[in-house]
Structures are given as structure tokens and as C-alpha cells.
Design a binder for this molecule. Structure first.
Ligand code: ATP
Ligand code: LTN
Length: 348
């Protein structure tokens, strides 16, 4: 049973329709870039009214790669500030830090007993990060099980993520079904929600790789905190394809296609219209305008970010309230899990 029954109000009263729940997670591993923004965060912000929303800053996931304990907390705070500046509204959404809710690790262990080493080894992210090296941390292998726990604890129905996360959501579905079949109906089986537009923004330096926080070359990405001059410089230096034509063609012109997609997503101008507008004009003018479109779109976010950065206590308070709300939902679900799995003491 999920908790629908407990949320439908008193008997006889008109039951308020419960909105479907969405949940997503994001790692505090570095500067948020326009790939994260266009592929994930912006969609979360836009959909806030349609859903019951939970957003989680996944610091336990961030521990799977080498990191400095002295700045993990600051990164949690920074990421929360970025999400709030981008428009996540604590009045409509729960925003919290994963490690503040202990049920995530508890459920991850239990789900891990249902996952197989074979299926975890087949995850693309594991293959990429381990590259066959047996000395890679086991946290990288276990990563998607913790992600499944993040989702299943809250009966989330829709998981808005970028294309790269599709396989992890499929594993989550498999684990939910396996658990339900073994122990009885406990979890909602979630669906990935992957928007085609923006699902895969590519590196500015290599259009065959996705734009990534962990790319060692900062010129490969535009971060939400980049100043207008840095944005202009990065766009000016972005690699282009041979020829001079501004045309969308992922196979022949992957770099220009990526820039056209970014332009379209920030301006809402359809790509064919952009192609017409820049016909015969060459890459220089196109890039100059693109940089201004990005600068303009990010300006209000950056202004709110400056304000939030000056008020860290407000952000901490929002995260504390978010964790308290998340904990209440997660604790109820874990009670059910402990019950059906037979953990703990018998009731005499
Ligand atoms: P890294 O770049 O180091 O691999 P990440 O940028 O993927 O990390 P996450 O915290 O794992 O960061 O992802 C946050 C969200 O951003 C996820 O929903 C992910 O699918 C999305 N995302 C990440 N990179 C891109 C991209 N290049 N294009 C579109 N969406 C992206
Ligand atoms: N693995 C995801 C981050 C993540 C997540 C989640 C996404 C952790 N827990 C739960 C959706 C739902 C990533 O790398 N983007």
C-alpha cells in the first residue's frame, strides 16, 4: 500500500485529488552547468505546479568519487542555493540533503540484497567509471541501488532526469517489482520522464561527449555562476564544424547542432527559424548572439544566487524544513518495509 489512502481527507469530505509525485536527485560534485539546467533543473522548476515535488541533493552519491570532506557541506549549500535561484520554490517543493534522512541508506541496504552483481556491473555508468579496474570503490557499483532507495522511499511516480539516467531508473523499476513480488505490494513502480529537448547538451570542446561537471576542462561547459565575460569567451572558443553554415545536422555538424540546440532552448526560437536567421552569416555572428542570449537568461538567476549566497542561514533553514518533511514520508515507508521483510523484534 502506498499512502494515497491517508492523504484523501476525512471520510465523507470531497477527497482532494493527489497530484502525482515527482522526485529527482542531483549531486553536489561541482559547478552546475547549462546541461544540468536545460536537461533537468529547468524542467523541475516549470513542472512544480503540476506535481507533488521532491528534490534531493545527493551527498552520499557524491562520496563515490574522491572528494574533500572539508568542502562537501559547502557544496550542499551551494547546490541548494543554485536550485533555489533557478526557481525551486520551497513552498511547492521539498528540497533536502540526502544524508539528513537516514532511511535512504537503510533502504539501500535492503534493496541491495535483491540486486544482482551481474546487473550492477552492466550499468553503463559503472562500466565507464571502473573501466575494468577491480580496485574501483564498491560505492560506484552500489550507486544505482542507493538511487533506487531515493526514489522508492517516497512513492515517486515520475523521475525527471537527463537521458544518461534512463538505465538507473529501469533498474529502480526492476528492484521495485522484485521487492513487491517477494514481500507484497510496497513500492510504486516509477517512470522516467526524459524530455527530448535538452536531454543531452554536449561539451563545448568535444561535441561527442556530454557536457559534464567532472570534465577537467572548464571551457567544455558554461556554469550558472560564470560571469558574462566568461560566458562570451567560452562560446567564442567553442569548437565548430568544418564549413561555415549554421545548420542543424547532428551527424555532419555535431558542434553547431549543439550550439543551435542551446540557442533554441534559451530563446524559444525554433531551430529552423534560427537557421534562416543566420543563413549566409557565418559562425562568428551566430556565436556572438548566442552568448548574449545565455547571458541574458542567466542574469536574473545569478542575481538571486548572489542574494541567497549572502543569506546562508535562510538556505540552511529551508533545507532543515525540507529534511523534516522528507523524513516523515520516508519513516512511514520504512516502517512498512521493516514489517514486510521481517526485520526487528516480534510483537509479543
Ligand atoms: P557529471 O557531469 O559529472 O557526470 P552530472 O552533470 O551528470 O555529473 P548529476 O548531478 O549527476 O550531474 O546530474 C544532474 C541532472 O543533470 C541529471 O538529471 C542529469 O541527467 C542531468 N544532466 C547532466 N548532464 C547533462 C547534459 N550534458 N545534458 C542534459 N542533462 C544533463
Ligand atoms: N544518479 C543521478 C542523481 C540521482 C538521482 C536520484 C536522480 C541520485 N538519486 C534519484 C533521480 C532520482 C545523476 O547522476 N544524475
Amino acid at each position: 500500500m502506498n499512502d494515497v489512502a491517508t492523504r484523501t481527507g476525512p471520510a465523507g469530505a470531497e477527497a482532494p485529488a493527489r497530484r502525482p509525485r515527482v522526485l529527482s536527485g542531483i549531486q553536489p560534485t561541482g559547478g552546475i552547468h547549462i546541461g544540468n539546467y536545460l536537461g533537468a533543473i529547468r524542467n523541475w522548476v516549470r513542472q512544480q505546479d503540476q506535481y507533488d515535488n521532491i528534490f534531493c541533493i545527493v551527498d552520499l552519491h557524491a562520496m563515490t568519487v574522491p572528494y574533500d570532506p572539508a568542502d562537501l557541506r559547502a557544496r550542499n549549500l551551494e547546490l541548494a542555493s543554485v536550485l533555489l535561484a533557478a526557481g525551486i520554490d520551497p513552498a511547492r517543493s521539498i528540497l533536502f540533503v540526502q544524508s539528513e534522512v537516514h532511511e535512504h541508506t537503510e533502504l539501500a541496504w535492503i534493496l541491495g540484497t535483491l540486486a544482482t552483481v551481474g546487473e550492477l556491473r552492466r550499468m553503463t555508468q559503472f562500466k565507464e567509471k571502473s573501466k575494468g579496474n577491480e580496485r574501483v570503490g564498491a560505492g560506484i557499483l552500489f550507486y544505482p541501488v542507493l538511487q533506487a532507495a531515493d526514489i522508492l522511499l517516497y512513492d515517486a511516480a515520475q523521475i525527471p532526469v537527463g537521458e544518461d539516467q534512463k538505465q538507473h531508473i529501469e533498474l529502480t523499476r526492476d528492484l521495485a517489482i522484485r521487492f513487491n513480488n517477494t514481500f507484497g505490494e510496497t513500492f510504486v513502480v516509477p517512470e522516467p520522464d526524459i524530455k527530448e529537448a535538452g536531454a543531452r547538451i554536449m561539451s563545448l570542446q568535444d561535441p561527442t561527449k556530454k557536457m559534464s561537471k567532472s570534465d577537467p576542462d572548464p571551457a567544455s561547459r558554461i556554469e550558472l555562476r560564470d560571469s558574462p565575460d566568461v560566458i562570451r569567451r567560452k562560446i567564442r572558443r567553442a569548437v565548430t564544424d568544418s564549413g561555415a553554415e549554421v545548420r542543424y545536422d547532428e551527424a555532419e555538424k555535431p558542434a553547431i547542432s549543439n550550439l543551435l540546440a542551446i540557442y533554441h532552448l534559451f530563446s524559444d526560437i525554433p531551430i529552423p527559424e534560427l537557421e534562416r536567421r543566420y543563413a549566409g552569416k557565418g559562425y562568428g555572428e551566430f556565436k556572438r548572439d548566442l552568448a548574449e542570449v545565455i547571458v541574458e537568461h542567466l542574469a536574473p538567476i545569478q542575481q538571486r544566487l548572489d542574494e541567497l549566497t549572502a543569506q546562508p542561514a535562510d538556505v540552511v533553514r529551508i533545507l532543515q524544513e525540507g529534511a523534516a518533511r522528507a523524513r516523515a514520508i520516508a519513516a512511514a515507508k520504512m516502517e512498512r518495509v521493516r514489517d514486510v521483510t521481517g526485520l526487528g523484534l516480534p510483537t509479543l
